[in-house]
Design a protein around this ligand. Structure first.
Ligand SMILES: [Zn+2]
Length: 496
C-alpha cells in the first residue's frame, strides 16, 4: 500500500470489493469506467470506488421493485431457504455482494435459488415464463442426475426482477431484453467453487434464463473408478496403449463421454508420453497434457489446430469433437503417421460411431486401416443409497431387459430399488453411473468397414464376436443393484 492510497474505509471500495458489490465482472467494470457510466478514483495503479457512486449505479440499472414484488420475493426466499436448510444446514454461501435495500430481497432470493440448486447437485437451472393451469408464473426447474424437476412456480411479477438480478450478477446488459446474452457468475457452496454459465433468451411472455453449473477445478476421475467392467477395462487399456490408430469415444449429449475421454487421457499422460488435446472449449485441465482451445473467431479451426499440433511431436492427441470431413481426414492421416488419436463423437452406439466416422472420411479404406475401436456410453441414475433396499424377486422389467440384452447369464440377483426419501427428492435415485459398450476392431470388422457395412451390420458382427452391448452392461448393473432395469431401459430408449 502506498502512502497516497486512502485506507479502505466504509466509503471506499477496492476493485475486488466493487466487483462483488455490483455482482458484475471486472471487464464490465473496466468497460463502464471507460464509457463514463461509473465513477472511479485512480490511486497510483489501483482503482477505488465511492460506495455512493456504486449505490447510484445500482439504483439506475435496477428499477426499484414495487411492494408486492418485495413481499413475493420475501415469501419465495423463505421457501428456497427452507428447502436448502433441509439438505445442508447453513454451509452454502452464494456471494451476491451488499445489494442496496430496495433490491436486497430479490438479490437474496436469487442467491437462495442458486444455493438450493448447488445443494441439490443440479447441473442446470432454468427460469422461464409459463402459463400453467390458466395462471402465469415464473417456473423454476433444476436438472438433477439428468432429469428436470419443477422446484417452484413463482409469481409472474418476480420473473423480471429475478432475471435482471441474475443478469447483473453475470455482467450482462440489463437494458437489452430483445437479444440473447451470455455471461458467467462465480459461486461457491461449502468448500467447492463453481462457475455458472448464464444464458438469456427473449421468449413468449418475457425473458428466460438458464444457468449451467460448472465446478471450478473439477478433478478428473481415475479411469478405474468409472465403473468399467474388468473385461472391458482390460480391452480398453490395450487400445489406449496402442502406438497408433484411432479410438472413438461416443454417446449422446450428456452421456459422460467427455469425462471418460479426460480420464483416458490422464491415464496415459506422463513424463514419458507427450499428450496434446484440441478442444472447444477446454473443459478440464489435464495436468500432464498440453491443451489447445479451438477459436473459430480467432481463425483456429479444429482441423488447423490439429495440423499445428502435429509440429509439436505428440504421441497421443485427443480431439474433442469430429464433425466435418476435413477433421476426420486429418485425424486419419495423423494416425497413419504413427500417432494415437482419441476422438469424441456424437453417436448412439459404438457401431453407429464407427459408421459415422467412416462416412465423414473421404475414403473408407484409410479409416478401416486405422480405427482401433469405439467406446459408447450412457448415464443411468443410481439407486439412492439412503432409501434403496434389496428386492426379493427380479422386477418385471428385468425380463424385458434380458431380452434386449440377448439373454446374458450369470448377471447376479441383487436387485435394488429406492422407496424415495428427501435425499433423492422422492425419486429413489441419487447420483449416476455409466453403461458402456466397446467394439474392438479386428480383421473381420476392418473388412466390413472397408466394404462399407452399415451400422447394424457392424453391430451384429461385433456381437457375433462376443462383444457385449450396452444392454448387457445395463442388465449386469441392474442385477447388482447399482441401477434398476426400468432405468436401464429408459436410457436405452426401449419401451418397458
Ligand atoms: Zn432416497
Amino acid at each position: 500500500m502506498t502512502e497516497h492510497e486512502p485506507a479502505p474505509t466504509e466509503e471506499f471500495l477496492s476493485l475486488e470489493q466493487a466487483v462483488r458489490f455490483l455482482g458484475i465482472s471486472r471487464p464490465t467494470i473496466y468497460r463502464m469506467l471507460a464509457a463514463g457510466d461509473l465513477n472511479g478514483l485512480r490511486v497510483g495503479r489501483q482503482w477505488r470506488f465511492n460506495r455512493a457512486d456504486l449505490m447510484a449505479y445500482m439504483a439506475r440499472t435496477q428499477a426499484a421493485p414495487g411492494p408486492r414484488v418485495l413481499a413475493d420475493a420475501e415469501g419465495e426466499l423463505a421457501f428456497f431457504a427452507q428447502e436448502a436448510s433441509k439438505l445442508a444446514p447453513a454451509d452454502g454461501e452464494v456471494d451476491t455482494g451488499d445489494a442496496p435495500p430496495d433490491t436486497a430481497a430479490v438479490a437474496r432470493l436469487c442467491a437462495a435459488i442458486v444455493r438450493l440448486a448447488l445443494a441439490l447437485r443440479a447441473s442446470d437451472l432454468h427460469i422461464e415464463p409459463r402459463r400453467l393451469d390458466g395462471e402465469e408464473c415464473a417456473l423454476v426447474r433444476y436438472r438433477i442426475d439428468g432429469a428436470l424437476h419443477v422446484v417452484r412456480r413463482m409469481p409472474k411479477r418476480l420473473l423480471e426482477p429475478v432475471v435482471d438480478r441474475l443478469k447483473a450478477m453475470a455482467g450482462l446488459d440489463l437494458g437489452e431484453r430483445r437479444l440473447p446474452q451470455s455471461g458467467r457468475i462465480p459461486a461457491s457452496f461449502g468448500d467447492a467453487e463453481y462457475e455458472l454459465r448464464a444464458a438469456t433468451l427473449p421468449v413468449l411472455g418475457g425473458e428466460a434464463i438458464t444457468l449451467r453449473v460448472l465446478p471450478r477445478d473439477a478433478q478428473i476421475p481415475d479411469l478405474g473408478r468409472l465403473g468399467l467392467s474388468d473385461g472391458l477395462r482390460f480391452r480398453l487399456d490395450a487400445l489406449l496403449h496402442s502406438p497408433n490408430g484411432i479410438l472413438l469415444v461416443s454417446g449422446p449429449t450428456g452421456s459422460g463421454k467427455t469425462t471418460t475421454l479426460y480420464a483416458a487421457m490422464q491415464s496415459i499422460s506422463g513424463d514419458g508420453v507427450k499428450t496434446m488435446t484440441v478442444e472447444d472449449p477446454v473443459e478440464m485441465v489435464i495436468p500432464n497434457a498440453t491443451q489447445v482451445a479451438v477459436s473459430p473467431r480467432g481463425g483456429i479451426t479444429t482441423a488447423s489446430a490439429l495440423r499445428a499440433v502435429m509440429h509439436h511431436d505428440p504421441d497421443v492427441i485427443m480431439l474433442a469433437d469430429v464433425m466435418d470431413r476435413e477433421t476426420a481426414d486429418t485425424a486419419v492421416q495423423i494416425a497413419m503417421n504413427g500417432h494415437l488419436v482419441l476422438c469424441q463423437l456424437h453417436a448412439d452406439s459404438a457401431a453407429g460411431a464407427i459408421d459415422r466416422f467412416v462416412s465423414l472420411c473421404s475414403d473408407p479404406y484409410y479409416p478401416a486401416a486405422t480405427l482401433l475401436g469405439a467406446l459408447n456410453q450412457r448415464l443411468v441414475r443410481r439407486v439412492c443409497a439412503e432409501c434403496g433396499s434389496e428386492e426379493g424377486a427380479p422386477p418385471p422389467a428385468a425380463q424385458r431387459l434380458a431380452e434386449v440384452a440377448g439373454g446374458a447369464e450369470d448377471v447376479g440377483a441383487a436387485w435394488r430399488r429406492g422407496s424415495g426419501c428427501p435425499a433423492c427428492r422422492m425419486t429413489g435415485y441419487r447420483g449416476r453411473a455409466a453403461l458402456y459398450e466397446l467394439i474392438t476392431i479386428d480383421r473381420v470388422l476392418a473388412d466390413a468397414i472397408r466394404s462399407q457395412a452399415s451400422a447394424d451390420e457392424l453391430g451384429a458382427a461385433a456381437l457375433a464376436q462376443g462383444q457385449e452391448s450396452l444392454a448387457v452392461d445395463g442388465l449386469r448393473k441392474s442385477a447388482s443393484g447399482i441401477t434398476t432395469p426400468e432405468e436401464a431401459l429408459r436410457v436405452l430408449g426401449v419401451a418397458p
